[in-house]
Design a protein around this ligand. Structure first.
Ligand SMILES: *[C@@H]1O[C@H](CO)[C@@H](O)[C@H](O)[C@H]1NC(C)=O
Ligand SMILES: *[C@@H]1O[C@H](CO)[C@@H](O)[C@H](O)[C@H]1NC(C)=O
Ligand SMILES: *[C@@H]1O[C@H](CO)[C@@H](O)[C@H](O)[C@H]1NC(C)=O
Length: 279
């Protein structure tokens, strides 16, 4: 907005003073550079085209091929996003911000040969629910993978506020810019995709399916399964103490004091004990 009167002014001045033209063009090119530096620069369509070109979509089949430690090593920034189901439809802003950040990150000068190159990836949790469940991935976030000299993979999880995340929040993460990833605690738990015990035992996929299934089952079915399982366990425990386990489950509330007649003659005192336990 402020540009217009400024331009008009210098336009008027231009006719009188030689050399203003040069100053003008220097100023405009400088201004252009500033626009480029100060995201957002309003080229969303361009940004998504860049994102499509340089961001590796990761899924259950290909993530290992890309993220697994390699020689020469690579630094990875993986954007985790979701849709209506996995992000409550709130990831749109974060996604647009990521697309703009990608345009910026992919324009960074090449790193020296001694530094791991920066690679960009993304996981759409809407389409990769099992993978995201197995990793317990929250969205939106960036997972930053950096190869440690020790051989382990340094993973930091940078969660974002879906409504207020900015390009600076994202572009400052990798080691080529501000290394902001270092401000976060490395994740070393058992769900670490590369070094965690779930992965070491080859259980990522079954674990993901198991958890996903638990989430996908309707809750009444889940209740039924839980109640069935706990009754089984109760029965077994009753069986241990009573020797019979007859009609053990839910009924005894009424008569903790009065043991069932069938069981009474067999083992009166243990039944009494079990009755006390039940309450
Ligand atoms: C971001 O870029 C991807 C890849 O081109 C595109 O599919 C997606 O629609 C873009 N998202 C937004 C919110 O611009
Ligand atoms: C997500 O939800 C919005 C509003 O409920 C709807 O307009 C949109 O089509 C949905 N998107 C997908 C991919 O289902
Ligand atoms: C996310 O950002 C919005 C807007 O700045 C703010 O109102 C909200 O409290 C933030 N949410 C969290 C969880 O920090």
């Amino acid at each position: 907005m402020r540009v217009i009167p400024l331009l008009a002014l210098s336009g008027a001045a231009m006719t009188q003073q030689p050399g203003v033209m040069e100053k003008m063009s220097a100023w405009t090119s400088n201004f252009g550079a500033q626009i480029f530096n100060a995201f957002p620069y309003g080229l969303d369509a361009g940004a998504s085209a860049v994102a499509a070109q340089v961001v590796q979509p990761l899924n259950m089949q290909n993530w290992k091929a890309h993220l697994w430690p390699k020689s020469p090593p690579e630094e990875w920034m993986v954007f985790m996003t979701g849709g209506n189901k996995t992000c409550f439809g709130r990831c749109e802003h974060a996604e647009a911000t990521w697309n703009k950040s990608v345009a910026y990150l992919s324009a960074l000068p090449k790193s020296s040969s001694s530094e791991p190159p920066l690679r960009l990836g993304s996981v759409d949790c809407e389409q990769n629910e099992i993978l995201c469940t197995a990793w317990s991935a929250g969205v939106p976030a960036i997972w930053h993978f950096y190869p440690n000299p020790s051989g382990a993979t340094d993973l930091r999880i940078i969660r974002f506020n879906a409504s207020s995340v900015s390009t600076t929040n994202m572009t400052s993460v990798p080691s080529k810019t501000d290394s902001r990833y270092l401000k976060y605690t490395p994740y070393e738990g058992w769900l670490h995709p590369i070094d965690g015990s779930v992965q070491k035992f080859g259980l990522t996929v079954p674990f993901g399916y198991g958890l996903w299934l638990m989430g996908a089952l309707p809750s009444w079915l889940m209740m039924l399964v839980v109640s069935f399982a706990s009754r089984q366990i109760m029965n077994r425990r009753m069986g241990d103490t009573m020797g019979g386990g007859l009609g053990a489950g839910p009924r005894p509330a009424a008569g903790g004091a009065a043991p069932p007649p069938a069981a009474a003659p067999k083992a009166a005192s243990p039944a009494g004990k079990a009755g006390k336990k039940k309450r």
